[in-house]
Design a protein around this ligand. Sequence first.
Ligand code: IDP
Ligand code: MG
Length: 140
Amino acid sequence: MTSHVEETLVLVKPDGVARNLTGQVLARIEAKGYTITDLRMLVPTREMLVRHYEEHEGKPFFEPLVEFMGSGPVVAVRVRGQRVIEGFRSLAGATEPTTAAPGTIRGDLGRDWGEAVQKNLVHGSDSTLSAERELAIWFG
Ligand code: IDP
Ligand code: MG
């Protein structure tokens, strides 16, 4: 069997930190069996966020997204495991918390607040390329 041990970037977004859900997110990652290999809390700069979300530049939710992500502390987590990139995306659930499946972080803990940006508690890298790029932004 092929080994795909890899690392992903997880962010507990400002809504997750403000709602005191950081522990629950970390607990779900650990309970699943993945390993947290680095972690930091910071208020990201606009420059970091524009780089992080470069694929979304020009979309109607881009400015609200950057503003929201810079509105308070974020917990950045480096997570390691076999197929963890795909595995954490599955734990996080769909982008829209209203329809994210129950059992997922977004489905269990999130909801729509009627704002220009979906506040959905967590970010997870979506590919090995994104993970490497994003980990460099958040952990240098
Ligand atoms: P993902 O976080 O599930 O990978 P992306 O499409 O990469 O979703 O979008 C990045 C973030 O931008 C989402 O997590 C969400 O906070 C926000 N977002 C994405 N699409 C929309 C939208 O259509 N309306 C409002 N906010 C959105
Ligand atoms: Mg994404």
